[in-house]
Ligand binder design. Structure first.
Ligand code: GTP
Ligand code: MG
Length: 198
């Protein structure tokens, strides 16, 4: 899929104030600093569409971007950032769960996982939460430039084994990406194009 236009539409913390248009919507979620905003920039080919930072906790709101005038990409705050207060965590959790449970346009959630690390409890809990709520999702492994191709394969296989241990019947659709090396862009865009046409 070619990206002709990518425009920022609105940021907010209230799902009822998100755009009303019934367009297919794809949201990026995952731990703080996993590379959600960078991946949105890589996928759209727009370097500064979504704000990125070396420090976790950069994205704080639900950010809607309209792509090719016919679908939305959504950049979300990260979960699991240890240095925010309990109150901030609870507020965050509420508006994020509201988003996932109430946003009817949500077509697919992309759950981002840093390819370097072993499966983390917080990600598995989030994946299980999506499953329990019947929210369609894919897994996107990020930062593939940081490890060797052999390690990438090993880590993907280990993740798959972990999900099977967690009672998933199969590894969900998944992608290996690097925002710095432009890896995985076509695969993710082709997937979105195929889902939009189905
Ligand atoms: P929050 O908004 O804070 O939740 O973070 P985020 O998930 O949006 O992460 P962001 O895109 O801001 O990236 C976090 C850091 O990781 C930045 O320093 C990025 O440059 C770096 N980063 C993101 N993707 C990649 C990647 O594919 N490879 C490498 N090497 N670094 C990356
Ligand atoms: Mg971000």
């Amino acid at each position: 899929m070619k990206i002709n236009t990518a425009e920022f539409i609105i940021s907010n913390s209230d799902v009822s104030k998100c755009p009303k248009e019934l367009l297919p919507e794809y949201a990026f979620i995952g731990r703080s600093n996993v590379g959600k905003s960078s991946l949105i920039n890589m996928i759209t080919g727009r370097n500064s569409l979504a704000k990125t930072s070396g420090k976790p906790g950069k994205t704080q709101l639900i950010n809607h971007f309209k792509i090719n005038s016919n679908w939305f990409l959504v950049d979300l705050p990260g979960y699991g950032y240890a240095r925010v207060s309990k109150k901030t965590k609870a507020t965050f959790q509420k508006f994020i769960t509201n988003y996932f449970e109430k946003r009817e346009q949500l077509t697919c959630a992309f759950v981002l996982i840093d390819i370097r690390h072993e499966a983390q409890k917080i990600d598995l809990e989030f994946i299980n939460y999506l499953g329990e709520n019947e929210i369609p999702f894919c897994i996107i492994f990020t930062k593939a430039d940081k490890i060797s191709p052999r390690k990438i394969e090993e880590h993907v296989n280990a993740y798959s084994a972990k999900l099977l241990e967690n009672n998933w019947e199969a590894m969900p659709q998944h992608f290996v990406t690097s925002s710095t090396k432009n890896i995985g862009r076509d695969e993710v865009l082709d997937y979105i194009a195929a889902v939009n046409q189905s």
